[in-house]
Write a protein that binds this ligand. Structure first.
Ligand code: F3S
Length: 283
């Protein structure tokens, strides 16, 4: 069986860095309690493993208030300024694993809002990354996700410049459409396309591979929306596409008669699972 493993399968740069940071902290601070602010990644296997090693997840500011000592790792999504302040106030050690691409957005909205610009974030307001960005954007930022919201959008004070940024995983075409709607309102706008290409590249590569193999295996957590999307894209190109979470879900009988198998994985799938699947297919 010939196997084609996608180069972009699995963790993106920012997530890889964040997960490695937690393991590094476990090694460096055997005597201290390690926390992550929010689950470091949306993958049950990784979270289970970290829990076994004593890492605890903090879910809210109240959770931070309750702890007295320890190391808190900030995940790739980043957090608002308030969280950094709170960690400092509580004298907790903060290890910042915010993805540098997200950090750049924090810097932009911080500087622009200080200069007086009104900040618009194109993205999903309930996503932690957007909540974090909002926490750097001054008092009155807006989050816009739909065309209706863009149509309704108005800057509270006239004459204020508008600075538009995007959630890193937002769809580029949708971003362009929403910016166009806002642009028609005649404000003085600056647009910064802060979308990260990691997701797009992973999807494009998966689509190309699925188009030329006999069967395709997509690995990822059941609840991971980017893995579901990858599965849909591959299924469209290759009917024999299988969605698996771990090695146990892979039914080798389904792959018996095929000559070529493609493998890809969602952004939160650890390398070790990808390698296991690759090995099993090779045998
Ligand atoms: Fe990943 Fe950072 Fe891009 S977390 S998706 S590399 S913004």
């Amino acid at each position: 069986m010939h196997i084609e493993l996608a180069k972009t399968a699995g963790f993106c740069f920012g997530v890889k860095r964040a997960v490695e940071t937690v393991y590094e902290q476990i090694r460096c601070h055997e005597d201290r309690k390690i926390y992550t602010y929010g689950p470091i990644i949306h993958n049950e296997e990784v979270i289970k493993d970290l829990r076994k090693q004593g890492v605890q997840v903090l879910h809210s500011e109240e959770d931070i208030q309750k702890i007295e000592d320890g190391v808190v790792v900030i995940r790739s999504h980043g957090v608002s300024r308030r969280i950094y302040d709170l960690l400092e106030e509580k004298n907790l050690t903060c290890i910042d694993a915010t993805c540098p691409f997200v950090k750049k957005i924090h810097r932009i909205v911080d500087e622009e809002s200080r200069k007086g610009s009104y900040i618009v974030i194109i993205g999903n307001g309930s996503h932690p990354e957007v909540e974090g960005i909002r926490g750097w954007a001054g008092e009155q930022a807006s989050v816009i996700q739909t065309a209706e919201e863009a149509e309704r959008f108005q800057v509270p004070e006239t004459g204020r410049k508008v600075c538009i940024v995007a959630q890193t995983t937002f769809n580029y075409n949708k971003f362009k459409d929403l910016v166009e709607i806002i642009d028609k309102k005649g404000y003085d706008i600056i647009v910064l396309n802060t979308i990260c290409n990691a997701t797009k590249e992973r999807q494009e590569e998966a689509c190309r591979i699925a188009g030329r193999v006999d069967a395709m295996v997509v690995i990822g957590d059941r609840r991971s929306s980017n893995t579901q999307k990858l599965f849909e894209i591959c299924k469209n190109e290759c009917l024999n596409t299988y969605y698996i979470q771990t090695l146990d879900d892979l039914d080798m009988n389904q792959l018996r008669s095929v000559e070529t198998v493609g493998i890809t994985a969602g952004a939160s799938t650890p390398n070790i699972i990808i390698e296991e699947v690759q090995r099993l297919c090779q045998n």
